[in-house]
Ligand binder design. Structure first.
Ligand SMILES: [Zn+2]
Length: 209
């Protein structure tokens, strides 16, 4: 019998990351929420495209530039069609494009409301070692500790203690593993030998009854 319970977590974020920006209307820095709408402006042969966001407090708009002054001939036809029709698949991809958002602001808030699909790859709930393989198709700034805290119902203080004791590691290995953003293909390894509630933790990790 294997001594490791290996589970795969496929993480599908539900809410797009929220850029924090200075709001012109209500003042101060506010989170902005993607409206799902795009705006296209033609100026002769030149096109501007934006993704529209709204201030979470006063709903004032912020136009996030997708491209500016682009020659219409250089815009891929499927992108143009998506922009003209507010294509939800395209909009979702743009809304989750964290690297693109980073060009507009340093502060991006990633909500922890991810849908996590669990799949047992091997081992049983009685195992003292738990290995979680992450599948993250959309770049995310969600931190490892926030994910584990939400999905395993463990406090961040407890997770931090496990890490200090060397009972929680991230592979490929990195320092301050808990503060890292989740990455596709990385593995979280937990040694639960000393945890009285390891069966409960394993149950949460693999899901089901
Ligand atoms: Zn506002």
């Amino acid at each position: 019998m294997s001594h490791t319970l290996t589970v795969q977590w496929t993480i599908e974020p539900q809410s797009a990351p929220r850029p924090w920006l200075a709001c012109n209307r209500c003042g101060g820095h506010r989170p902005f929420v993607c409206s799902g709408k795009t705006r296209l402006n033609a100026n002769g042969r030149r096109l501007d495209a934006w993704l529209i966001y709204r201030c979470a407090v006063c709903e004032d708009t912020w136009n996030r530039p997708i491209f500016e002054r682009r020659n219409v001939a250089s815009v891929a036809p499927d992108v143009l069609a998506a922009l003209q029709s507010n294509d939800p698949v395209w909009v979702r991809q743009a809304a989750f494009d964290i690297e693109g958002l980073r060009q507009c602001t340093d502060r991006i808030e990633d909500l922890a409301d991810s849908n996590v699909e669990r799949h047992v790859l091997g081992g049983s709930a009685g195992c003292a070692r738990l290995e979680i393989v992450l599948v993250v198709r959309q770049a995310s700034s969600l931190r490892v500790d926030r994910l584990l805290s939400a999905e395993l119902a463990l406090s961040r203080a407890r997770l931090s203690k496990l890490e200090t004791k060397g009972r929680l590691t991230l592979l490929p290995e990195s320092r301050k593993a808990l503060q890292r953003p989740i990455r596709d293909g990385s593995r979280i390894v937990l040694d639960l030998t000393a945890e009285d509630d390891r069966a409960e933790i394993a149950r949460r990790a693999r899901g089901g009854p």
